[in-house]
Ligand binder design. Sequence first.
Ligand SMILES: Cc1cc2nc3c(=O)[nH]c(=O)nc-3n(C[C@H](O)[C@H](O)[C@H](O)COP(=O)(O)O)c2cc1C
Ligand code: SF4
Length: 681
Amino acid sequence: MTSNDPLLQPYQLKHLTLKNRVMSTSHEPAYSEDGMPKQRYRLYHAEKAKGGMALTMTAGSAIVSRDSPAAFGNLHVYDDRIVPWLAELADACHEHDCKVMIQITHLGRRTGWNKADWLPVLSASPVREPAHRAFPKTIEDWDIERIVADYASAAQRCEAAGLDGIEFESYGHLMDGFWSPATNHRDDEFGGSLDNRLRFTNMVLDAVRAAVGDKFVVGIRMVADEDFEKGLSKAEGIEIARRLAGSGKVDFLNIIRGSIESDAALTKVIPVTGMRSSPHLDFAGEVRAATKFPTFHAARISDVATARHAIATGKLDMVGMTRAHIADPHIIKKVMEGREHEIRPCVGATYCLDRIYEGGEALCVHNAATGREAEIPHIIVKTEGPKQKIVVVGAGAGGLEIARVAAERGHKVMVLEASSQAGGQVRLATQNPRRKELIGIIDWRLAELDRLGVEIRYDTWAEKDDVLALSPDVVVVATGGLPQNPPLTSGDNLVTSSWDIMAGSVKPAENVLLYDDNGGHQGMGAAELIANAGSKLELVSPERFFAPEMGGMNHVPYIRAFQEKGVTITINTRLRSVRREGNQLIAELDSDFADGWRGERRVDQVVVEHGTLPLDDLYLALKPLSKNGGAVDYERLVSGGDIFPKRNPEGGFVLFRIGDAVASRNIHAAIYDGIRFGLRI
Ligand SMILES: Cc1cc2nc3c(=O)[nH]c(=O)nc-3n(C[C@H](O)[C@H](O)[C@H](O)COP(=O)(O)O)c2cc1C
Ligand code: SF4
């Protein structure tokens, strides 16, 4: 039956029929190996193809020249060795009728000179990019010649690999560096008038067209309004879009609004949790109306309803749901099968993007299969082994995940939860109103458990005998942890935990010192609540820089709140002890750096964050009664085989613990534990 869902209608782009209107825009997940898209990269894109997507724009900023060193694992499209790898990737997606293109670029000033071959970074003019901090040299005539030629040969490699097309990256990189008055101060034929500022782009387009011919699809992901005082204006941006559309050299426009030169600016282009949904959709629609040209766009269009609206109202031809597919690569399949409500939501946590800027690979905060397709399936199949009775103690993120996976595998699962609601520390984090969307991590799992018929017993504090009375085959301790104080020489009983602030059980006082000896969201969340409550706040950290466990994108809204509320931030400083003086507290400070240095603050409240200690009483009580004594064979956990060693022949059940019930970690770690253990029982 043909559907009348606007999202599911095909789209004709030149000779290509895109089977529906949903795409993944280009993003570098840093899964490359030696700059090549090998198995991990291929499986990642193939999963989205299986999930029904019409077009996947691979790579993020694949680099055309050697002097554009990879900033975050970018593919080396300047290297001939990439052709067979891209060909395999294209074949794997084409098998599912998903078209495959690639984004190519010269990063210009958006990288570092101290990487790869240590070649100087360049740009239209020598203007430093704050995010990557390199001071670029001014591009010269011979640079322009070789880079234009590099674009052309890169495009040829992409065509030779059987890809369906390419797009140029032209926001924050070399190409648009020429467009923007903020970064182009030239007075030669590449500066000044719009014609001059577009000269490099036209040279690239001419060279690429000559190299690949007219049939190959060539598009451009372009900024059409830099949205800051010195940047490219909307009027000029739309004029560039018009000229490109009318040039006959490009086949689509993929619209960006904003600048990416700093983390703060980047969050306007790629909004994080708590920020507006689809902030630039109307603008992209304006560009489409002005150019009457195929228009693509992505920026926090995370849900199917908004994506559908974007197509139905004619704002876009293709809608990018990029992080949405990192969270759930099977969105379209679920829409087609009437299972829209089963889509795992992207909650905007932006753990994915923050990780690549910290030198890691993109991982979704709550889909541990993404990027691990070789080991962890997105679709869980029934076990061929015996169906077991599994008791999960704790309904936090990890406990709910293992319950979901075990139930999908056909086991009989029961969850016991001490409190009246599921969610544990995730629910606590959502007490910061700005981050309330994170509750999607819990709500999605609760809905899945409901669908799978898993019983959750709330308000049930499980002791050893309660668990034994259920005669389980497997007991999973997912009880999480409780907050611990940082090591203090005295005053442990005078401090307030960040949890008490988050939970609302202790109100912020007038004058507060918050000591964050963890470095992640936990301390920052409490600090944001305290600052927003109107308290005077000093945030003290022993670290060299502030909140090092949190990435640059997530850093932005916290700092915004702190600056707006006048929060003082003190780094490189430890809380040594706390003492009472009258009805106030004296926080005594010292330093790892200067022996004997001491500081003092007189405040009404000292709030501390130092991670958790596992809530492990139940685990320790059950351990001697279990078959495996709680042990896990880590070698087999990673490479295959029975992961539970037989240490106690008298034992009645298998026992293990996951998440923070083992040690203080994060949401992804708990969920990864949940699925990887769940697949092995
Ligand atoms: C891990 C990651 C890497 C990205 N790298 C690139 C990139 O190299 N080039 C690019 O044009 N956009 C990149 N993006 C931005 C995405 O293409 C997209 O514009 C952004 O995620 C907003 O869309 P969404 O809200 O649908 O995710 C990246 C995004 C993520 C999450
Ligand atoms: S980490 Fe967060 S933003 Fe990224 S895909 Fe997952 S849910 Fe979405």
